[in-house]
Design a protein. Structure first.
Length: 120
């Protein structure tokens, strides 16, 4: 199943979403979808979430509390949800606020599971 198809379905399932991006362990874009024509901001946000992912992952490891699975960062206007995948890959969903967090997280987790299967 193509990555773009999975990300597009994520945007359909979360109407508040402005974009979704699938990245590798270096923060490089594998694939993305956006409701806006210009992907630059989405790619930058994805790379920033990669920094958070590495830092939080190290903190979890040092604290001995297991591995980081997902996290959410909220700003005044946007919420960014990140889900960690195998081999350092991760998927990011950027949504306008207000966003139904539980619904967005649920659909992101479903997408992450399908992406992980594609990576096997």
């Amino acid at each position: 199943m193509p990555f773009n198809y999975l990300l597009t379905n994520l945007l359909v399932d979360v109407p508040e979403a402005v974009g979704a991006i699938f990245l590798d362990d270096d923060g490089e874009t594998v694939d993305f979808v956006t409701r806006h024509g210009e992907p630059f901001d989405l790619k930058v946000e994805g790379a920033i979430q990669g920094i958070f992912t590495r830092q939080l992952g190290m903190t979890f490891s040092e604290a001995g509390i297991g591995s980081l699975e997902h996290f959410m960062v909220e700003g005044a206007e946007l919420a960014t949800l990140t889900h960690i995948l195998p081999d350092g890959y991760y998927v990011v969903l950027v949504a306008r606020k207000p966003v139904a967090r539980a619904r967005a997280q649920h659909h992101l987790e479903q997408t992450a599971r399908m992406l992980a299967r594609e990576l096997e």
